[in-house]
Write a new protein. Structure first.
Lengths: 426, 143
């Protein structure tokens, strides 16, 4: 493996022991990938503040230096952590003090996270606290090499923005933040960005629900490969592609896809495949659509819904406004709660625009920083939840041991108002 | 016990040698939302190994899927003492490669045969990830 002079200096300790540990991890990781070299990044999206019992124990043992050393650098020793070498942001985390009284979330975790924000903010980590950094101030340009984690953000950065990042992890983003390096492998290379599978849409895909279904189907069909989606679909919006990618990264491991004529590296279907020829299609028709819907809804038995979750990945302003419109003048069922998860920066705009007041008058809440799956937290006694997110329907039943219904945003809002699930595939 | 024979050759992900029982997963594995690090158990409801513990066994699986929390969750199994003994996977992804690195167990990838088909849960195997070989020491009694 080829290291530059600067990289060798870092490995040998010229910039201190934490940077040396970071380089050691990156070298082990690059070897595991069989990468030939590292590449330079100046955009890192990782996680340092998210509380966990393990992190609480490490902080008690040796402060945040110890937690970062062990978790984010995979080191055994407690090393003094210098300022981040390159711009770094915090992805979604736990719930903050403003969720107290709404979200059953341990007070000691809230305190631990507040303490973490002070430490890491002081080291230069921007606390965006969202799974959608591209919505609130971290919007990489086409061709920019990044080190991001959060599978839904990674696929959005690659496919929609044309930035270049692999699906990094807690340790590799930690190491990247102190070195500005990450293994040059996979999505960083042109030849690993071209399409591998053709998905032909034979049934109309135009709604938020349908883009999620299509994503969930596609991820299952291609696993880690790179689908090219053509056929009977409308021009997607940000929220549609956010849902599509998150779903495809949940049922499979999709990190890159193309929608010819829409996404930047696919002016045409032929170009999406890089001139290698267009393969036989995987067909997504009415039968596949129904089968995908039924698969997402095979974890629901009881129709009594006690919790509705919107905003996974974190809601756009459009989604918050649409939810406010759907809830305007209505009142949630007494036994049902509705949470909309959003980036804190957009929640501030939603409040200023009056959307939050409408949602709260109905009995719903706009919450930030986290989500029920990240924080393993839902309203007390939740047995059955409904969501308009294929990703959340995929993960939350296993994480919380509850039943799930998946449907449109309007069906979810109706369930919150009536307490009953009446969703059906139209 | 029959004589050991090499059943697979592959690429070194993390060097090292271990002997132990194989736990073979026909499906890809999620880290975050797919395993409980406190108990070393697969928890994804739809997974064929839901409820099965991988602690101290050599995990044989097609690859990693889902959230980028994969490596962090497997790192946590190491720190809590619930980790697998080794890893053999078919498809190299950043999740699986970094996951193996931070779990710090011998790991092999890109095998020359399908490990999910060639190995069975309960087989006693020797994983020499340094040399890039998997030997079958004792075949599990098929149920």
């Amino acid at each position: 493996m080829i290291l530059t002079d600067d990289e060798r200096r870092m490995r040998d300790g010229a910039d201190g022991p934490a940077v040396a540990a970071a380089m050691d991890l990156l070298i082990r990781y690059a070897a595991a990938l069989d990468a030939e070299r590292l590449c330079t990044v100046r955009n890192v999206a990782g996680t340092t503040t998210q509380p966990s019992p393990l992190k609480a124990r490490l902080v008690a043992e040796g402060g945040w230096d110890r937690a970062f050393s062990v978790i984010n650098l995979d080191a055994d020793e407690t090393l003094p952590i210098p300022p981040m070498a390159v711009p770094t942001c915090q992805l979604q985390q736990g719930f903050g003090p403003d969720a107290a009284g709404v979200v059953p979330y341990p007070a000691e975790f809230v305190a631990l996270q507040s303490d973490a924000e002070v430490f890491y903010g002081g080291r230069g980590v921007s606390v965006l606290a969202t799974c959608t950094p591209y919505q609130v101030g971290n919007l990489p340009v086409r061709g920019e090499h990044c080190a991001w984690m959060e599978s839904s953000a990674v696929v959005y950065a690659n496919a929609v923005l044309g930035a270049r990042t692999n699906c990094e992890g807690t340790a590799s983003t930690g190491a990247a933040s102190l070195t500005g390096r990450v293994p040059c492998w996979g999505n960083h290379h042109d030849e690993h960005r071209r399409g591998t599978h053709l998905v032909r849409v034979d049934t109309p895909v135009a709604t938020f629900l349908d883009w999620g279904l299509l994503g969930y189907f596609t991820g299952d069909a291609v696993q880690e490969a790179r689908p090219v989606v053509t056929g009977d679909h409308a021009l997607p919006e940000l929220t549609d592609l956010k849902h599509f990618g998150a779903a495809a990264a949940s049922s499979g491991g999709v990190e890159m896809y193309h929608v010819p004529g829409v996404t930047p590296e696919a002016p045409t279907t032929e170009a999406a495949f890089g001139g290698a020829g267009v393969p036989e299609p995987i067909v997504y028709g009415a039968a596949e659509r129904r089968a995908t819907y039924e698969r997402l809804n095979d974890q629901g038995g009881s129709e009594d819904v006690d919790f509705v979750l919107l905003g996974c990945p974190h809601a756009s302003l459009d989604q918050i406004r649409d939810a406010a419109r759907a809830l305007d003048g209505r009142r949630l069922h007494p036994g049902t709660e509705l949470w909309i998860m959003a980036p804190r920066a957009l929640a501030a705009v939603a409040e200023r625009s009056g959307y939050t007041a409408v949602i709260e008058r109905a009995g719903g809440r706009v919450l930030t920083d986290s989500c029920p799956a990240m924080s393993r937290a839902a309203p007390e006694g939740t047995r059955v939840f409904a969501t308009d997110s294929a990703k959340q329907a995929h993960y939350l039943p296993a994480i919380l041991g509850i039943e799930a219904w998946f449907g449109s945003t309007a069906e979810c809002v109706d369930a919150a108002v009536t307490g009953r699930w009446r969703g059906e595939l139209r | 016990m029959s004589a050991a024979r090499t059943v697979l050759r592959g690429r070194t992900v993390v060097p090292g040698v271990v002997e132990g029982e194989a736990l073979v997963s026909a499906d890809t594995i999620s880290g975050w939302g797919g395993i409980d690090p406190a108990t070393g158990t697969i928890i994804e409801a739809r997974h064929p190994l839901a409820g099965v513990c991988f602690t101290g066994r050599i995990l044989v699986f097609p690859g990693a899927k889902g959230s980028s929390g994969w490596s962090g969750f497997f790192q946590t199994t190491r720190l809590l003492g619930t980790g697998p003994l080794g890893m053999i996977f078919t498809v190299t992804t950043t999740k699986a490669a970094l996951g193996a690195v931070v779990t710090r167990v011998p790991a092999l990838a890109d095998p020359d045969g399908d490990p999910v088909r060639l190995l069975r849960t309960g087989d006693l195997i020797r994983l020499d990830a340094t040399a890039g070989t998997v030997e079958l020491l004792n075949r599990a009694v098929s149920g």
